[in-house]
Design a protein around this ligand. Structure first.
Ligand code: TYD
Ligand code: MG
Length: 460
């Protein structure tokens, strides 16, 4: 038997040190080191399997690349189209998928809904957070007649979970949440970095050796990181983030890392009284149906993953009643907003220094695509000058530090989406013009190269 060894771990980022430290050299946090046991006795038998188990572990041998067979059946296509898209075309067998998100955003709902609607599949839903009765109530709300064989287990010890898995032999395992699990091999409390790491490692081994997909739900800490972020992200195959504003109905499922598909993909859901509903035509929902133009409101053609989404941006510019003007944005990076304001001050001569500026992206959605820049700038000036911009105009271009209008990716898709939704004019960068067949579109495409030029065209 090996003797027990311990080390100190930063509870914030998982940094390991042989001695106690006041400040973490990795994440610069103070007072985060806790001693944890690192070595356990090893018996040679995988944690998830007893000797009498009927699940046969996969034995790996070297194989010639040419001889490795790859079939479509390796992916399980779920009834949830958004989830399939985000996963890169369905659930890959033997993959370990982490779903992160803030409390109350709908992670448990999403997973339970998946567990209930997979036809003829045996799912084990392990919950360390809620009782069977609570889960039953939620399941009734989502679907009164489950299509799958869904088993609920309220248990937090990984060893006990593996015992039940051996008996049940499920096709899919869902764990809600990784922070509630504990392994008997480690003495620290559930949720601590070493427990999370150990439990994930055990589940990883189970997933790979039995070829069963495992979903892990993980809570996100205040600063937006999945607890023990670095270790978990490296261990799992796929990291999905479930986000949105709890007070809005829309939720976004984003792939942050995906070994089996693009990490730029995104799924949109609407939270309803009976669970989450897929949103397949996001633009139509995210645009408010305005009959008339309002000042400070513009529409941008952004891309999220492979999908174009038209989204409304709102700006409010007002005189600052106090000495220091307020700058705040919802759904958009405040630093980038400040940069755009500086461009307007310096390059275009607008005096915004003594103004409060508020930005808002409709629907409680966060946009990272820089193609929203031009639309935002137009919204700010529209509010500042109190001159409305026609609601038949939309924008798709990035703005550079010298006020130049820069090209964006997949411009044709954006133009097509704008045309589909009935817009009459789209402003794009002149550097995006090449290769576009203008005759193909009935929408008026307006190439521009400088911010001033845009204002000239819009406000005369
Ligand atoms: P939940 O899945 O418990 O969130 P998480 O697991 O991420 O903490 O979702 C909680 C919220 O979702 C809660 O405020 C109630 C709401 N909800 C609905 O609006 N409709 C539903 O059908 C369900 C099941 C939940
Ligand atoms: Mg939950």
């Amino acid at each position: 038997m090996a003797k027990v060894k311990s080390a100190y771990f930063c509870q914030s980022c998982g940094y390991e040190s042989p001695k106690w430290l006041g400040k973490c050299p990795a994440c610069q946090q103070w007072n985060t080191f806790v001693e944890e046991i690192t070595e356990k006795k090893s018996s040679g038998v995988p944690d998830w399997k007893s000797d009498t188990s009927s699940i046969k572990p996969r034995v790996n041998k070297p194989q010639k690349v040419q001889e490795i067979t790859y079939t479509e059946e390796q992916r399980l296509i779920t009834p949830d189209k958004e989830l399939n898209r985000v996963l890169g075309g369905g659930i890959v067998s033997g993959s370990l998928i982490l779903i992160g998100g803030e409390p109350g955003i709908g992670k448990s709902t999403l997973m339970l809904q998946l567990a209930l609607t997979l036809p003829k599949i045996k799912v084990l839903y392990v919950s360390g957070e809620e009782s069977e009765q609570q889960i039953k109530l939620r399941a009734e709300r989502i679907t009164p007649h489950p299509l799958s064989e869904c088993f609920i287990l309220t248990e937090t010890s990984t060893q006990n979970i593996f015992k039940q898995i051996e008996v049940l032999e499920p096709n899919i395992v869902v764990v809600d949440s990784i922070q509630t699990l504990h392994s008997a091999h480690i003495e620290s409390t559930p949720g601590s970095v070493s427990q999370v790491r150990e439990c994930t490692a055990e589940l990883m081994r189970f997933a790979k050796e039995s070829n069963t997909p495992v979903f892990l739900i993980g809570h996100i800490t205040k600063d937006g990181m999945i607890a023990g972020p670095k270790i978990l992200e490296h261990m799992v195959d796929t990291v999905l983030q479930f986000e949105g504003d709890r007070h809005h109905v829309y939720r976004i499922l984003r792939a942050i890392k995906n070994r089996f598909g693009s990490s730029a993909e995104l799924g949109i859901y609407e939270m309803q009284g009976n669970g989450l509903r897929e949103v397949s035509n996001p633009s139509e929902i995210l645009l408010s149906l305005r009959e008339e133009a309002l000042s400070g409101v513009t529409v941008s053609a952004t891309m999220e993953g492979m999908r174009p989404i038209l989204i409304e941006t709102q700006a409010l510019v007002s005189n600052s009643p106090y000495g220091t003007p307020q700058r705040s944005s919802t759904g958009f990076d405040t630093k980038r907003m400040n940069m755009l304001l500086a461009v307007l001050e310096k390059r275009c001569g607008f005096k915004l220094g003594a103004k409060d500026v508020f930005l808002n992206i409709a629907g409680g959605i966060r946009i990272e695509d820089p193609s929203i820049d031009l639309g935002l700038i137009a919204a700010i000036i529209s509010s500042h000058e109190d001159m409305p911009i026609s609601h038949k105009i939309c924008f798709a271009a990035e703005v550079g530090l010298s006020g130049e209008i820069r090209a964006v990716t997949r411009i044709e898709q954006r133009i097509a989406e704008a045309e589909k939704l009935g817009f009459e004019q789209i402003f794009i960068s002149k550097y995006n013009k090449k290769g576009i067949d203008f005759g193909k579109y009935s929408i008026n495409i307006q190439p521009v190269s400088k911010v001033e030029e845009v204002f000239e065209l819009l406000f005369g």
